[in-house]
Design a protein around this ligand. Structure first.
Ligand code: GTP
Ligand code: MG
Length: 200
């Protein structure tokens, strides 16, 4: 499960513009600012393979990165960006949903969930939507390095609350991994998990 080489391939505005070479791929999905682009950089140990920003809404297209010339990791625009216009949000859902439904080479979605905040309805809704559409899903909790903020809960407590809500809605419950792009927590576990899924 080692990463030897990563190459940015292309940005696509629509599902039908994505690469057509039939390599297995993993999509990185989650709220704006959850740390999708940062996770990709941490996985491949490159600073700015995927562009990151403190401001939400940085990633606007479907970005394909080819790893070891054999599989793709895909950076997607975030959902739930409060400042986005209604039309932009509608566009997000139609274009991203189109991608999920039509992408035959999709091995699994890595749904990123911010462990530094309490469970968010939009993340639970997203998990339910993927589940209903039989799209394989792994939860990846991000920002696990963040210490307790004033009156908030700790990452492990937020994760426990999230899992509890998922268990109430799911019959089978997806695997999950705790990560931090700052400390590298979960990197090896996630790479191993992806290699196991690819080899099924
Ligand atoms: P969009 O492209 O806007 O949807 O955002 P994104 O999900 O790609 O988030 P991005 O990777 O750009 O990171 C957003 C902010 O969170 C940046 O300021 C990152 O430095 C920070 N961040 C990301 N991952 C972590 C993490 O594991 N720990 C901490 N402490 N901060 C993180
Ligand atoms: Mg991004």
């Amino acid at each position: 499960s080692r990463v030897k080489e990563v190459e940015f391939v292309k940005s696509s505005a629509r599902a039908r513009d994505c690469p057509k070479d039939n390599k297995p791929e993993f999509a990185i999905l989650g709220r704006s600012n959850v740390g999708k682009s940062s996770l990709i950089n941490a996985l491949v140990r490159k600073k700015e393979v995927a562009l990151t920003s403190k401001k939400p809404g940085k990633t606007q297209l479907i970005n394909h990165f080819l790893v070891n010339k054999s599989w793709y990791i895909v950076d997607l625009p975030g959902y739930g960006f409060a400042k986005a216009s209604e039309t932009a949000r509608m566009d997000w859902s139609s274009f991203t949903k189109g991608y999920f439904i039509n992408r035959d080479t999709l091995v699994a979605v890595l749904l990123l969930v911010d462990a530094s905040v309490p469970p968010q309805k939009i993340d639970l809704d997203c998990a339910n939507w993927l589940g209903r559409n039989n799209i394989p899903l792994t939860f990846v909790f991000t920002k696990c390095d963040k210490m307790k903020v004033s009156k908030g809960k700790r990452p492990d407590e937020n994760i426990r609350d999230f899992q509890q809500l998922i268990r109430q809605n799911y019959k089978v419950h997806p695997s999950w991994i705790m990560t931090s792009s700052v400390t590298g927590l979960g990197r090896d576990e996630l790479l191993l998990h992806m290699s196991q899924l690819r080899n099924y």
